[in-house]
Every structure is written in C-alpha cells, then in structure tokens.
Design a protein around this ligand. Structure first.
Ligand code: AMP
Length: 391
C-alpha cells in the first residue's frame, strides 16, 4: 500500500519532544532508528522491521561529531538529506529528526556516557573515543525522542552490544532490537562508507566476507585454535592487494575478550582498510550449527581462493540471480543451501544471561541461521505490504 501521509522533518529538540509526547498521549508505541544518513538498504531494513513492531517510527539523521576521531572522515562523511527523506517518506516513517550539532552539544557540554571495557576492545583500540561518542549521542537521542524501542544493525555488532549494556546499566526500559547485516549481492556488507571505494577497489572489499567464509570452513573442519584461525584469515586478506588489516578478533560474543581456543559460540570480527574506506564485518559462529553444514565440509579449493557463494534473490529460483554489485537484501550464501527465510544468525536478548548477571546476553543462534551464510548475516526480507506506521 502506498504511503500518503507526509513525513515530518524535525530539526529542533523541543519540537521533537512535543511530537513524541503527542504520540505517547495517543498511546502510540514509538520506535527510534538512529542513523548518520546516506541511507542504504541496511538502514531501510531497520526501518521496515521497526514498522512491524511500532506505531510511530522516528529516524534520526545526525552525523555525530563526537564519534569521529581527529583524523577521521567527519567532514567527508556522505550526506544526502533530501534523498534520505524521500526514502523514509516512501516507507511510512512518521518523522525524521535532524538536529544541529550545536544544539546537541552546546558550548560547555561536558557530559559523556562510556561503557567501560567493551568500548576499548575491537574497533575501540584504533578508535579510542568512538564508542563514548556513540553511547553519549544515543543516550541523548533516547532522552529527546523518548522511544519505547530502538533499532540497531548486527553489522555494528560491538555497537549493538554496547548499547544493550548501556541500556541495562542505566536501568532504561527502552527495548533494543536488532536485525542481521544486509549485504550486496556479492556479500559485501552495505555501509555508507562503501561509497569511498573506487571501482578498482570494490572487488578487494570482498576480502572480509571471504575471510569469514574461510573461518567457517576451517572451524567446521575442527580447527579450534584462535591463533591458527586468525593466521588463515590474515593470509586471505593479505593476499588481496590494497587491503590493510586493522584487526582480526576471535572473541567471546558477550565480553569481546579474545579467545585462545574457540568456544561453542565465538565471534569473528574484522576491520580492514581499503583505500579511504575502513570496512568492518563479523560473524557469530555456533559450532553446533557449523558442524551440521555439509557445504563447509567439502575440500576448500584454497583458503585464499575461497569465494563468497553466488546469490539468488529471495524467494528461490523464480527470479534471475541478482547481479554482483546490485543492491540486495539476500544473504550471500543463499545458494549454499541457506533457507531464504533464514533471518538472523544472532539474536541478542534484552535480558541479562543468568551466567552473566548484568551483562547483555547473546541468546540464541536460530536453527535457520545454521544453514545460512557464515556471515552474521542472513538477509532481510523486504517488508512489503506491512502495516503503515500509525501516527
Ligand atoms: P550508520 O548510519 O552507519 O550509523 O548506521 C545506522 C544503523 O544502521 C546502525 O544500527 C547500523 O548497525 C545499521 N546498519 C548499517 N549498515 C547496515 C547493514 N548493512 N545491515 C544492517 N544494518 C546496518
């Protein structure tokens, strides 16, 4: 059904508060989708998922200066507000919140929110103030928009974990929801920063996905040494001209502590620089599920030559395969026996795990995900024909 209601574009904090207050008074359930704009299918999948669970969807578009380091790409970060608003209007989003940095961080702003330990690991090593910036702005957005729920992507796994921990530690009642990583047809995780890749660099960006597939294959064959797995991944990425490894982490999916021996549930996360683009990707592996995957038991041609599986569009063989490079919400390994309905390789529950009091719990790896891509990442189905966000 075509959306006809006009999206509200809100710049000021006071107006945003009024909007939310009115929605709450009507009894509407508000979902917030925080973004930095330059919206792609990953963002739109978040919005579509939010629309399923909420009456009023608010998308914030704010390139948060606090989460950029001094030598990072704040001024170059892609921006397309008019295009973003048109996309969100078409999806039935009730409001876009686009505040000015000067109102979010007025002169004299001194308060920060920091989730210790988790923020210093993985991406936090090279970006020491990044997650403090993220946690601070998300706290502010929560205080302004006052949503009942907020939506984040598993592509930024560490960020998702940190937000869950923060919400728990701050006794917030906001529900945190997540969706799997949305990818290009060839497996590259969608990211606003992919626009930094030149056409010549674009093939090299697949090295992250290839490395994660190699990890799946060698773990399925029984390798349990994190050092050996990491060394295989390093070999795959180093074989790719122009790819520079920032980190390869084989770690506990809740604490992000590095592992010596991989556990039943192990996160493999990567950051790789290709030209101007810093790309990240991850997979949450469950060894019980991996061991069931016949496709991973076949002899690898060679670790370095391993390619992401070709892709068919969702819904099976009726449609032609999506061309490499085309936008797709299909998991890269759809052809490897993945069920099209495979949705989520990781579901992080809102409740703390019994064994980790006070910690956000990574709760389940779905059965469907057992056959999905080694990336976390089964695709998102386009939410066609779903109920419009009520205002
Ligand atoms: P950003 O605009 O990069 O700050 O991202 C805003 C939200 O979109 C975050 O929760 C991201 O994790 C999520 N996101 C970004 N890329 C993807 C993707 N490829 N798939 C799913 N979610 C994504």
């Amino acid at each position: 059904m075509k959306n006809t209601a006009t999206i509200k574009v809100i710049k000021g904090i006071a107006e945003m508060r009024r909007f939310s207050l009115e929605a709450r008074k009507r009894g509407a359930k508000i979902a917030l989708v925080p973004t930095m704009g330059a919206l792609h299918e990953g963002h739109l999948a978040l919005v579509n998922s939010a629309r399923q669970k909420a009456d009023t969807v608010v998308v914030s578009i704010f390139v948060n200066p606090l989460q950029f380091g001094p030598r990072e790409d704040l001024s170059a970060y892609p921006r397309d507000l008019a295009g973003d608003i048109a996309k969100l209007q078409a999806l039935g989003v009730a409001a876009v919140f686009t505040p000015e940095a000067a109102e979010i961080y007025p002169p004299g702003h001194r308060t920060h929110v920091e989730v210790d330990d988790l923020s210093q690991r993985l991406c936090g090593r090279a970006r020491p103030t990044h997650f403090r910036g993220v946690a601070t702005v998300v706290t502010k957005l929560f205080a302004i928009v006052q949503p009942h729920q907020a939506w984040f992507g598993q592509k930024d796994y560490q960020q998702l974990l940190i937000i869950r921990k923060m919400v728990h530690d701050l006794n917030s009642e906001i529900e945190i929801h997540d969706i799997p990583t949305v990818r290009e047809a060839d497996g590259l995780a969608l990211s606003s920063r992919n626009s930094y890749l030149t056409p010549e660099q674009r093939p090299a960006a697949l090295t992250l996905q290839q490395a994660l597939q190699v990890a799946a294959r060698i773990m399925a064959k029984g390798e349990r040494s994190a050092a050996k797995i990491a060394s295989n991944l390093r070999e795959v990425i180093r074989a790719q001209a122009g790819a520079e490894i920032e980190y390869i982490s084989i770690c506990h999916p809740e604490t992000l502590h590095e592992l010596d021996t991989i556990e039943v549930r192990t996160l493999v996360a990567l950051a790789v620089r290709i030209g101007r683009a810093r790309l990240i990707d991850n997979t949450l592996f469950d060894l019980r599920e991996l061991s069931l995957r016949a496709d991973l038991k076949k002899p690898a041609r060679s670790a370095v030559a391993a390619k992401p599986a070709a892709v068919q569009p969702e819904g099976g063989g009726a449609k032609p395969a999506v061309k490499a490079g085309a936008r797709s919400v299909v998991p890269p390994a759809a052809k490897t026996g993945a069920k099209p309905e495979a949705k989520s390789a990781v579901k992080i529950a809102g409740k703390p795990a019994a064994s980790h009091p006070g910690k956000p719990a990574v709760k389940q790896v779905t059965k469907a995900a057992a056959t999905a891509a080694p990336a976390p990442a089964a695709g998102i189905k386009a939410a066609a024909g779903k109920k419009a966000a009520r205002r």
